[in-house]
Design a protein around this ligand. Structure first.
Ligand code: 25A
Ligand code: L14
Length: 347
């Protein structure tokens, strides 16, 4: 089957969509044909796929016949509207937006953590939030041996999390400030250049942001363990690529910092950079374009019996979005799951 696959990237002109095309090409994804879709305003423009260029087509309800697999990163509204048409046409969707993540019909998957959840898919598979993905790649091996009871996380998130328009906002504001011009706020409510915003996505009834509650709810769904309690503060920092996270965990069983370092150095998708004496720790500026999730600053929390602190960094556009989605697609092929059995589930 895989030799004859036609694959669509929806939102191909965006920051994540372009990275998806790069990732599919670099990993020699087994597709016979790749097609690029975006909104009407980009139709006819070109996007790079290896040494070749694809002409961007307009996304419409009826384009999914003959497409076997579609990877979406075009925002929640686009996914809500178009993913059901894809599934109805027998096309399996891997969706990067928040639209389907908490839907019981949709597996929410980090391949290193819960690839088995793909077996029950019904046509739409959700890619988790970028901050959740990198945290769980590191926490899963610790949870398996020590049983995580509580997580306190603070994030330092790059502007590329908001897509191309976030990248352009930081660039423009830095240029304006150096040229003595008043920077305009188009994408964020306040200036992001030389500032930190304790605000990502919208505020909810409970005064948390939606981004913070995604980390809480998605963690429970992915670990399949409602006993894991998470509390989060998500902040936007003036960094272009890579999210950083300060993570504190309390565990059922004691695990020393040394044991955690050994365990994590063998974990899939994780790279430990942790040598305080040599000033070695992960940082956003040095992780751009990399596949692994980096962890360092691992140390015991001296205020409780069983606790650890750590610092986690990953490229949000790669592992946080494009790479994780492509890994899901690869896993679907490996398990022979690129097919929709009940085409009316989402219609
Ligand atoms: O709605 P949400 O869920 O809040 O999500 C908002 C946005 O966040 C990004 C993504 O923006 C998303 O749209 N995003 C989501 N998850 C992310 C994650 N995990 C994430 N970003 C990082 N990490 P984006 O800019 O990356 O991509 C948006 C893509 O969606 C297409 N699109 C929008 N509405 C659509 C649609 N496609 C089909 N139907 C619709 N109704 C959108 O295409 C884009 O591909 P477009 O044509 O509307 O916009 C093209 C714009 O992209 C920029 N651009 C393109 N190429 C380049 C470029 N800029 C610089 N260099 C280039 N080579 C331009 O800004 C252009 O306007
Ligand atoms: O995937 O950083 O739910 O602005 C939505 C907004 C990811 C990050 C998601 C941001 C996101 C995001």
């Amino acid at each position: 089957m895989s030799q004859n696959l036609t694959v669509a990237v929806v939102g191909a002109t965006g920051a994540v969509g372009r990275e998806m095309l790069k990732t599919l090409h670099a990993r020699q994804f087994p597709a016979a044909s790749i097609r690029a879709f975006a909104s009407a305003r980009s139709a006819g423009s070109k996007v790079a796929y290896g040494d070749t260029e694809l002409t961007v087509e307009e996304l419409k309800e009826d384009i999914f016949d003959g497409i076997h697999l579609a990877i979406f990163s075009a925002g929640g509204a686009t996914s809500s509207k178009f993913a059901p048409y894809a599934a109805h046409a027998g096309c399996v969707v891997v969706d990067n937006s928040a639209a389907w993540r908490m839907d019981d019909r949709c597996p929410l998957v980090v391949p290193e953590v819960n690839a088995h959840a793909l077996e029950k898919h019904q046509g739409i598979i959700a890619n988790p939030n970028c901050s959740t993905i990198q945290m769980l790649v590191v926490l899963k091996p610790l949870h398996d041996v020590a049983g995580i009871r509580r997580v306190i996380v603070s994030t330092y998130q790059a502007v590329s999390g908001t897509g191309q328009k976030g990248i352009e906002e930081l660039e423009r504001q830095v240029r304006d400030l150096f040229n003595g011009r008043d920077p305009e706020n188009k994408t964020y409510p306040y200036r992001i250049a030389f500032n930190v915003l304790p605000h990502i996505d919208v505020f909810l009834e409970n005064d948390y942001t939606k981004e913070e509650m995604k980390m809480v709810n998605e963690t429970v769904k992915i670990l399949e363990d409602p006993s894991v309690r998470v509390t989060a503060t998500c902040a936007r920092v003036p960094v272009f690529f890579c999210h950083a996270e300060s993570v504190n965990i309390e565990t059922e069983k004691k695990i020393s910092a040394k044991e955690a370092r050994i365990l994590l150095s063998q974990a899939p998708g994780v790279k430990v950079i942790d040598n305080p004496r040599e000033l070695l720790y992960p940082m956003p500026a040095y992780c751009i374009g990399d596949d692994p999730t980096y962890v360092g600053r691992i140390r015991e929390d001296e205020t409780i019996d069983n606790g650890l602190n750590m610092w986690i960094v990953a490229d949000n556009v790669r592992k946080g979005a494009a790479l994780n989605a492509v890994q899901i697609a690869e896993e679907l092929i490996r398990r022979d799951l690129v097919r929709v059995t009940d085409k009316s589930v989402f219609m």
